[in-house]
Design a protein around this ligand. Structure first.
Ligand code: HEC
Length: 192
């Protein structure tokens, strides 16, 4: 029996598609691990600072953590040359966190993936141009609602608005994609 042309085409596609993808991952494996590690450190430092502040002084004190500590922690983690970490979102509180074209495209893709049932762990993206850039989705958890949810305390929101008059980072529901971590790493030097 002669194999059909579609069958030949299909198997050729599989043969070519898999290694290309695997190679791409293989060649960036170390950078992906480094980016994941930075995100883990940033996330756990932020969360523990937030928790501590809420316990000590409530949400109003915690605003200061997000306002001052978040950029500071990000800075501390970005001391190596060419390394940086931050956060972005389609709707932001701080205008400095607005996404660029690639970041917007990925954030839209993450929202689509979420609708299709992906977990935040699966929502990552990377590309290499001038540097190696890595993104990972951040989803809404119960503790985020007091400052980004649908029913924010009026007094608290007045304080937020005072610092961020152009805030649009509200009305998120539990498990929504709130935004993403963005990591930038130096491009891997090609072996001589
Ligand atoms: C006490 C209030 C408060 C809580 C609780 C809080 N945030 Fe925020 N969030 C802020 C503030 C203030 C900013 C602006 C920080 C800055 O100036 O960079 C912010 C910024 C962000 C950003 C960066 C994009 C933007 O909108 O500027 C993300 C992403 C984010 N928060 C996610 C979360 C998540 C996820 C949680 C829960 C784990 C959370 N936040 C809990 C107040 C809060």
């Amino acid at each position: 029996m002669k194999p059909s042309i579609t069958r030949i085409l299909f198997s050729t596609l599989i043969i070519f598609a898999i290694p290309v993808h695997a190679n791409d991952y293989e060649s960036h494996k170390d950078q992906i691990a480094q980016a994941e590690n930075l995100i883990l450190n940033f996330q756990s430092a932020l969360k523990s600072e937030l928790k501590k502040a809420i316990e000590e002084g409530g949400a109003e004190k915690a605003i200061v953590v997000c306002n001052e500590q978040a950029p500071l922690i990000a800075q501390t983690l970005s001391t190596l040359e060419g390394v940086s970490i931050g956060r972005t979102a389609l709707r932001v509180r701080n205008q400095n966190n607005l996404p660029d074209a690639w970041e917007s495209e990925i954030l839209n893709k993450f929202n689509k993936q979420k609708e299709e049932g992906s977990t935040p762990e699966e929502m990552i993206a990377y590309k290499e141009d001038g540097s190696f850039r890595y993104m990972k989705a951040i989803s809404m958890q119960p503790m985020c609602a007091m400052c980004h949810g649908e029913h924010i305390d009026e007094g608290l929101y007045a304080k937020i608005k005072k610092i961020y008059p152009h805030d649009t980072a509200i009305n998120y529901k539990l498990d929504d994609i709130r935004g993403a971590f963005v990591v930038s790493l130096p491009k891997k030097s090609t072996p001589q």
